[in-house]
Design a protein around this ligand. Structure first.
Ligand code: ATP
Length: 529
């Protein structure tokens, strides 16, 4: 009904030339009204909306060109009816587009809710329904889709569903998703897709990891995903950092720890000014005091104004978010589940061990009753790692150890032996607490209480990865009790039961809990040889 032109006003046209101001006022009002009524449009789907508006405007202009007479013209009825109809058509098309944008926004919201994805930022791209979307929406190359199938990845994980389209749209992001939830693929896949093919003369993507072991693992993952396509993917080794001539070394993707990269930039004159992608993996660790200067240096060296930067971690403190915001442009924030929580697939328990002596007895007893390898044991320092290693090696358990005092080759072989099942138990410091992906670790034992809630989340996250179940046991003594509540909070947030008395302890502000502990050693020195 409302589309029928009123009889009285049919054929009457407003003389725009004579009353330009009035016309402008009228036009503005209508457009403002549209925006006010549809605030979501201002935030999301704006490009499609604008495209709709533009095409409607284009059509309007076209119909005006055909006008023979302007001004009040009661005899021009048929011409104006045609024009009104054309305008209506354009309006219709515009409102159809608008509806479609709304429908898409609703579908996006449903998909995000289903996968517990929370986003904030402008115009967040639609999450992936499946890996097939990579081909249909983003023209993903066959080699990559084939590699996903070969790796056995049937469906994207929640972080992959959202982070991949965000990065493919050229948007910067900071992403927080649980340990073992596939964050590596979430940043490697869009990187390979965007780089398209290899070039030989400059570094195009940089991934920074806090440890050499993680950098090596990420390089391997990257190569697996790039299989069948000639990309130059390089791990920054000590040798490369010391002696490579980067101007002659073809390198599309460079994976490094911050220190080695800083060294290479300074000493080897590594030019990062054309880097298109920069990923800070385990970003909260990289923003800690020991790294922050190097990170700052690398971020500045990656001076390409159209660079896309992204931050990934399972823990993202507000302070890091605030810092990240200062360097990122219009970034999208992606949180899977709740921020700073442990993986829900890990069964977590707290065990009171009384004293240091009690811890060793408890560990040896539990191993003699049942040992379900692979088991990872975390201790507070390299000295304690060495001590515990001697104790366990002495009791005939196939045990390995990794800490910062070992040579690179020894560190690698400790990790390889554990991966290959040659050792059943690996004793470690926090050096491998982040990012390391050991297949099927059945149990993580926090022999020494973790230094922070974040350390706890990352340590126990070496188990229960990629949807598998796992177990985490945390031993504590009297001196750990003041920090118990913080760990208990993490446990209860991920659905584990915690004794009421622990939950009623006072919360403390906790920086680094590394109390001085009694030595683990029980074996007399002369028996060690
Ligand atoms: N879509 C997928 N389907 C099944 N498995 C996957 C998928 N994506 C990744 N994985 C596997 O999940 C495991 C964990 O992935 P990844 O190491 O990337 O986790 P993460 O989120 O980076 O963990 P962390 O926070 O500990 O670094 C890996 O073994 C990886 O091969």
């Amino acid at each position: 009904m409302d589309k029928e032109p009123s009889f009285i006003f049919s054929g009457i046209k407003f003389d725009r030339k004579r009353f330009p101001k009035d016309f402008e006022r009228f036009k503005d009002k209508k457009e403002n009204k549209d925006l006010k009524e549809n605030p979501i449009f201002v935030e999301s789907g704006i490009s499609e909306l604008e495209e709709g508006k533009k095409s409607a405007k284009r059509r309007k202009r076209k119909s005006m060109v055909t006008e023979s007479v302007e001004g009040f013209c009661v005899f021009n009825t048929s011409q104006s009816v045609i024009e009104t109809e054309q305008n209506d058509e354009a309006e219709d098309e515009f409102s159809q587009k608008k509806k479609e944008v709304y429908r898409q926004l609703e579908r996006d919201a449903v998909l995000r809710k289903k996968h517990n994805i929370h986003v904030s930022g402008n115009n967040v791209p639609t999450p992936l329904e499946n890996f097939e979307d990579l081909r249909s929406r983003y023209k993903c190359k066959q080699y990559l889709l084939r590699n996903l199938v070969e790796l056995g990845y049937k469906e994207p994980t929640p972080i992959q569903r959202q982070a991949i389209p965000v990065l493919l749209s050229g948007r910067e992001c900071f992403a927080c998703a649980p340990t073992g939830s596939g964050k590596t693929l979430a940043f490697v896949c869009p990187m390979l897709m965007q780089l398209k093919h290899a070039v030989k003369d400059h570094v195009r993507a940089v991934v920074l990891c806090p440890t050499r072991e993680l950098a090596a693992q990420t390089t391997r993952e990257c190569k697996k995903l790039a299989k069948g396509k000639k990309f130059y993917i390089k791990l920054m080794t000590k040798e490369l950092a010391k002696s490579a001539d980067f101007s002659k070394l073809p390198c599309d993707i460079l994976i490094s720890t911050p220190l080695r990269l800083e060294f290479a930039i300074q000493k080897r004159k590594l030019d990062l000014s054309r880097v298109e992608y920069l990923v800070l993996d385990e970003s909260d660790k990289l923003f800690e005091l020991g790294f922050v200067k190097q990170i700052d240096f690398v971020v500045k060296a990656c001076s390409n104004p159209s660079i896309v930067r992204s931050l990934f971690s399972a823990t993202l403190p507000d302070t890091v978010e605030d810092l990240a915001r200062t360097i990122m442009h219009d970034a999208i924030r992606i949180i899977v589940g709740r921020k700073n929580t442990a993986s829900e697939t890990v069964k977590q328990t707290l065990v009171f061990a009384g004293s240091e002596e009690g811890k060793l007895v408890a560990l040896q007893q539990s191993f003699s009753e049942s040992l379900n390898p692979p088991v990872l044991i975390f201790v507070q320092s390299k000295e304690r790692a060495k001590e515990l290693y001697k104790e366990l090696a002495f009791s005939d358990i196939k045990v390995g150890v990794i800490h910062a005092d070992l040579s690179q080759a020894e560190r690698e072989s400790a990790v390889d032996d554990f991966r290959a099942g040659k050792t059943w138990v690996l004793i470690a410091t926090d050096v491998i607490a982040r990012g390391m992906d050991f297949k099927g670790v059945n149990c993580v034992i926090n022999y020494d209480f973790p230094e922070s809630a974040a350390a706890y989340i990352h340590r126990i996250g070496r188990s229960g990865r990629a949807g598998r179940t796992g177990e985490a046991i945390t031993l504590y003594t009297e001196e750990d009790i003041p920090c118990l509540r913080n760990i208990a909070n993490v446990m209860s947030q991920s659905g584990c039961e915690v004794p009421a008395w622990i939950m009623s302890l006072r919360k403390i502000k906790w920086k680094k809990h590394q109390p001085k502990r009694d030595s683990i050693a029980t074996i007399p020195q002369d028996m060690e040889e």
